[in-house]
Design a binder for this molecule. Structure first.
Ligand code: FAD
Ligand code: DLZ
Length: 537
């Protein structure tokens, strides 16, 4: 009988985790805080605090339930400060003869673990069964298909699970109620406040630790109110089902100048960490529909995000990596705009999305896709630079879900595998869906001139620049028709306006991996304090 060390990662905080089943009495369960995971991209301090506080609470719960737990704290003097090295150190320390781990959330770590399957101290890797489907299920669904569109995958998932099904037919007669989910916010609509969770001594200690070690990362800690235990996450889930779900559908695409959360659930972070399961979210929402407390368009919209999109992007990620990450069909090669790190931009929509991100480690889907994402797309930001930013700044960010959203949805870098056309938009879209333009110095109706919204000229310039790749796309025929009918002088003026904007746009070298690695080594006591990052104008 082997004596395993079970490594539980920061996003696997769930008692039903596959590696925690049927353990021998002398098994050691290890949770390891390591600097490398906090610094390989400069995670938002709220994200680091959330993960470390949730890990510490989960370790306490495991101990209460009788597990033998080794917890490596970030400032333990012997901490190897990297996950694989620390797990191997602990296995040797406790005389374990194998290390068990469930598939992590990133290919880089999965690969590092797989390379050690046949080592003297072997790693045994288990599938993560916290999802409705596994990567193998996705591969089987995708095999031989010409198109991997979400809609087909989603229908299959509905049939398999029976969620929102009436016999063989979808509830209400339609699979998808997206058409009813595109309303802007009416003036003076009251949006319920999110729950505030009390901070116990564990959470306070983590907040102090994070402020000390990672205080210079982008983002504030002041507004921290993420759920760090399953009990707190269940409070958030109940709040969503009671207060927000009925309005979730209608206002799913709306953007507000002052309300960061609207009717979104804010549950992705707890879900990705393992504090909640996708089943309890989907079944909870379905119950609200069946019992007449929430409309079908809202419930279907919510279930589609989890049963559909979330599972679909995970399948794409695990079946396409590692070459997937190199996708860049539009050849985008520019550095990240500096305003992504400092919010210093006159575009009101962009500024508010970045400020909300800084304050909350959160922006809702439409801000990620149609504000920061659209701006990055129009400015040709390189996929890697943009991906690192999204991975760093959101409390819910994990590569398996962030990367397909960045590559496929935002940048169209996968050549249309995920979306049949890029989600590029002009200032008129922002004006229709938000109240930002009322507070902005630019006019969304003007395309050229001093007051013209930069998104307008950037939009046409983007279409012109990528005409060779995009103009034959049937879904873009109409817009390329409009571009083709534009007078030459107007096109030249737009090109000139966009060129001037792009030339003057401050870009950043961002926080690169080298500096992050340096910081990890410093924390481990191997290197001097790295110099703060420099931004190039
Ligand atoms: P809600 O709006 O309440 O949606 C409900 C749930 O549906 C979410 O909690 C989430 O689990 C799921 N969901 C919704 N949209 C998507 C989607 N496009 N892909 C996968 N799941 C989805 N989501 C992450 O969980 N982690 C990420 O790292 C992440 N990165 C993103 C990067 C970009 C560029 C974009 C455009 C989207 C990204 N998303 C990511 C998807 C989505 O924006 C977030 O899940 C959502 O904003 C989280 O807030 P919420 O919990 O309030 O979601
Ligand atoms: C994101 C993160 C951070 C900031 N810190 C830790 C940590 O100290 N220990 C840990 O086990 N996990 C952490 N994580 C989450 C990991 O990055 C996550 O487990 C990914 O799946 C890595 O592939």
């Amino acid at each position: 009988m082997s004596r395993p060390l079970v490594l539980v990662l920061g996003d696997q905080l769930c008692l039903e985790l596959a590696s925690l089943h049927d353990l021998p009495d002398d098994a050691v369960v290890a949770l390891c805080e390591v600097a490398a995971e906090s610094t390989y991209v400069p995670h938002h301090p709220q994200k680091i605090a959330l993960i470390l506080a949730a890990m510490r609470h989960f370790a306490a719960e495991l101990r209460d339930r009788g597990y033998r737990v080794h917890y490596s704290a970030l400032d333990d003097p012997d901490n190897a400060q990297a996950l694989v090295a620390e797990a191997e150190r602990l296995a040797a320390l406790h005389g374990c003869d194998e290390i068990r781990a469930v598939r992590p959330g990133e290919w880089r770590l999965w690969q590092a673990m797989k390379e050690r399957e046949a080592a003297a101290l072997p790693w045994r890797l288990l599938e993560d069964d916290r999802f409705y489907s596994t990567p193998d299920d996705f591969a089987a669904w995708a095999a031989g298909r010409k198109s991997l569109r979400l809609e087909y995958f989603y229908r299959e998932q509905r049939r398999r699970t029976g969620l929102l099904m009436e016999g063989d037919a979808p509830a209400g007669g339609k699979w998808n109620y997206d058409h009813d989910n595109r309303e802007p916010l009416p003036a003076n609509l009251a949006v319920p406040e999110p729950p505030r969770h009390g901070r116990d001594a564990i959470t306070e200690a983590v907040l102090a630790l994070v402020a000390e070690h990672f205080g210079e990362h982008f983002g504030t800690l002041d507004g921290f109110h993420w759920p760090v235990t399953r009990r707190q996450a269940l409070v958030d889930l109940r709040h969503f089902l009671d207060q927000l779900l009925p309005g979730f559908g209608r206002y799913q695409d709306a953007i507000s100048d002052d309300e960061p959360f609207l009717f979104h659930s804010r549950l992705a972070a707890a879900l990705n960490l393992g504090l909640l399961s996708p089943r309890e979210l989907c079944e909870g929402a379905e119950r609200e529909y069946i019992e007449g407390r929430a409309p079908l368009n809202a419930v279907e919209g919510f279930i589609r995000q989890i049963l559909g999109w979330r599972e679909y992007v995970r399948g794409l990620y695990w079946t396409r990596m590692p070459h997937y990450k190199r996708g860049n069909i539009l050849g985008a090669d520019q550095a990240l705009p500096a305003c992504f790190w400092n919010g210093d931009t006159e575009l009101r929509c962009l500024r508010r999305a970045i400020e909300m991100t800084r304050d909350n480690a959160y922006a809702h889907h439409i801000q990620r896709l149609m504000v920061t994402g659209n701006f990055a797309l129009l400015c040709d930001v390189a996929p890697e630079a943009l991906g690192d930013w999204y991975l760093a700044v959101y409390a819910d960010a994990c590569e398996w879900v962030e990367l397909p959203n960045v590559l496929g949805m935002v940048l169209h870098a996968d050549g249309g595998l995920m979306g049949s056309k890029p989600y590029c938009a002009s200032g008129r879209y922002i004006d229709r869906m938000s109240d930002h333009c009322r507070h902005c110095r630019f006019d969304p109706k003007q395309v050229t001139g001093e007051r013209a919204c930069p998104l307008n000229s950037l939009y046409w310039h983007f279409l012109e620049r990528h005409a060779e790749t995009l103009s034959s796309n049937p879904r873009m025929k109409l817009i390329y028709g409009s571009l083709g009918r534009m007078a030459d002088e107007k096109r030249a003026a737009i090109r000139d306006q966009a060129d001037r904007f792009l030339t003057a746009l401050p870009r950043t070298t961002a926080w690169h991996a080298e500096a992050a690695g340096q910081r990890a080594l410093h924390l481990a006591g191997y290197a001097p304090e790295p110099t703060p990052r420099e931004e190039t104008p």
